[in-house]
Design a protein around this ligand. Structure first.
Ligand code: UDP
Length: 351
């Protein structure tokens, strides 16, 4: 059995990925400090609690499990927080990866799949975005991810460590049986917020609690009203357009990227998106159809740093990995996410 180290495997994308890897015959060793991850999301998997900055523990774990490859999800990933806490982002995302690469170098592990992001492209991009589009990130989160991409190029030249950097567009959705899904400490993403608003509407219909004025003592997540951040963008309906990709399609791409490296693939960077743009208002309408609930929202101001349109060209991933998204139709994404949120209105409920 091939043992793969999964730093950050207890997080949203990592926890979906380990299940796909297991189906493909890999044995996953999750390495996570549980700052964001959830123990409930990795039940039945081998788990090592540890920090990425702890090079000694990484080396010990790699040796103990005879690790042959790494899929690296461990990172802070909120644009807004990165603007307020750039040192934390640089420290965790860059220094953390240096520590991981040091451990790989010392133990002779040669393959790594890295979670990168479309945030490395920055604001003023024309769509569709190809891997040749100039990378010009506009926040510390995107900068930290781009710095790691550069570091990985150097690690190839200097140490022969081969990598695939996967530049995710907007990850969404959940495992099809609703057993695991998206639960962030601080939720800022559109689809979970839309679905939580749907849950709030549903709860209000069957409850005497005044959710508008009640404080959050009753423990439900995010009772604040949903806001659409700007409807004055140069797009057909005025709201921002994004490329939403099902988390299970992302998981599939990771399995393929690992196999590609095992078959002596060269270091490369790949966009993971569908090539199809969906606006914020279209998401809300699709969610109304899927849930049958009249989801309310207010129109708010633009959110600083939001580009009007981010849509991938996914041609290179198709060519290099043979990867074609299977579940990324927007209604399928929302249906899977809705099943998770409905069954788990308090998320993993482990904080
Ligand atoms: N968005 C919104 N209201 C929210 C959260 C997000 O209108 O409460 C918009 C946001 O401005 C962006 C899109 O939804 O245009 C996707 O945002 P998200 O935070 O999910 O992902 P991002 O594109 O920032 O990575």
């Amino acid at each position: 059995m091939t043992n793969i180290l999964i730093p950050g495997g207890a997080g949203y994308i990592g926890s979906h990925c380990i299940r796909e890897l297991q189906k493909a015959g890999y044995n996953c060793i999750v390495y996570d400090n549980f700052s964001e991850g959830h123990l409930k999301a990795v039940q039945g998997f081998e788990v090592v609690e540890g920090d990425l900055l702890d090079t000694g523990k990484l080396i010990e774990t790699i040796k103990k499990y005879n690790i042959s490859g790494v899929i690296h999800f461990a990172a802070f990933a909120l644009v807004g927080v990165s603007m307020r806490e750039p040192l934390e982002y640089y420290q965790n995302n860059i220094t953390g990866t240096i520590s991981l690469l040091e451990a790989m170098k010392q133990t002779g592990v040669k393959n790594i799949v890295f979670s990168s992001t479309c945030a490395t492209y920055g604001e003023n991009v024309s769509v569709p975005i190809t891997e040749e589009t100039l990378q010009n990130p506009c926040n510390p989160y995107g900068e930290s991810k781009l710095a790691v991409e550069w570091l990985l190029e150097c690690a190839d030249t200097a140490y022969g460590i081969k990598s695939v950097s996967l530049r995710y567009f907007n990850a969404a959705g959940a495992e099809t049986d609703g057993s695991i899904g998206e639960d962030h400490l601080l939720e800022t993403h559109l689809i979970p917020l839309v679905l939580r608003e749907a849950l709030n509407v549903e709860r209000k219909m069957f409850s005497t609690i005044d959710f508008e004025s009640a404080d959050s003592g009753h423990g439900y997540k995010n009772e604040k009203k949903l806001h659409v951040f700007g409807v004055d963008y140069p797009t057909p309906d005025g709201s921002c357009i994004r490329d939403y990709i099902h988390v299970l399609d992302l998981a599939d791409a990771h399995v393929r990227a690992l196999k590609y490296l095992e078959e002596n693939g060269e270091t490369t960077q790949l966009n993971l998106g569908t090539g199809i743009g969906v606006s914020v208002l279209e998401i809300i309408n699709a969610a109304r159809e899927v849930t049958g609930i009249d989801i309310n929202y207010n129109i708010g101001d633009r959110r600083p740093g939001d580009p009007p349109e981010l849509v991938a060209s996914a041609e290179k991933a198709k060519k290099v990995l043979g990867w074609v998204p299977q579940r990324s139709n927007i209604k399928t994404i929302i249906t899977d996410a809705w099943n998770w949120h409905k069954a788990n209105p308090k998320g993993y409920d482990d904080r």
